[in-house]
Design a binder for this molecule. Structure first.
Ligand code: ADP
Length: 199
């Protein structure tokens, strides 16, 4: 691929719409179920209770088993008795999942965009990435946080997700791979479009 010889563009060696590099870290977009991922961590789009719910949260707890819920209960009892605030992240084991850890974060509920939603969504991604690095993880998979039940428009959310990951990888070179696991073909296409602007 000729683009690899282009020194000017070495920081952003774009390989395809679904796979590209920021520094030495690979960023991938895939369509699928995040509970199939064998990354060090998968990220859960949780709610503040950390007690499970619908969407990706429900899928993770169903497949990961009761160990994850037990750890979430302990985190609530010790660190966050009133619930995990929006934008924060905590980690549990992966239970029965292939992923070794689950990072639980809470994205913002979309209320029209004027209630700090973009910064809160950015914080959810940033804090998840920081937590992964602080635990020595190398690979992490994200769902499209907030764009399901929480109603964040995926066109807007995808741009924030990709911008924050890019910014983080440019500053820190401790991760090897970040995967966005999009549940639908429609979401994958929107993320692919967003990479054309962001990456
Ligand atoms: P939120 O409450 O943060 O909006 P949801 O779980 O309702 O979280 O939705 C977030 C995104 O996760 C949506 O795009 C939804 O289609 C997607 N999703 C649902 N189940 C899965 C899964 N098993 N793997 C990956 N993504 C999923």
């Amino acid at each position: 691929m000729a683009i690899f010889d282009n020194k000017v563009d070495m920081e952003k060696r774009k390989m395809s719409d679904e796979e590209f590099y920021v520094g030495k870290a690979k960023v991938c977009l895939v369509q699928g179920d995040i509970t199939d991922m064998d990354t060090d961590a998968i990220v859960n789009a949780a709610n503040p209770t950390l007690m499970g719910g619908g969407g990706v949260d429900g899928a993770i707890h169903r497949r990961g088993g009761s160990e994850i819920l037990e750890e979430c209960r302990r985190i609530r009892a010790t660190d966050w008795p009133d619930g995990l605030p929006t934008g924060k992240a905590v980690v549990t084991s992966g239970g029965n999942l292939k992923a070794r850890y689950v990072i639980h974060t809470v994205g913002p509920v979309w209320r029209g965009g004027g209630q700090g939603e973009p910064e809160l969504l950015a914080e959810a991604y940033r804090n998840s990435l920081r937590l992964a690095v602080s635990k020595g993880m190398k690979t992490i998979a994200f769902p499209s946080i907030s764009t399901g039940a929480y109603g964040y428009p995926v066109e807007k959310a995808s741009r924030i997700a990709l911008s924050i990951v890019k910014e983080f990888l440019e500053k820190e070179d401790k991760l090897d791979e970040v995967v966005f696991v999009l549940f639908t073909k429609h979401d994958l296409e929107i993320y692919k479009e967003a990479t054309k602007e962001i990456i």
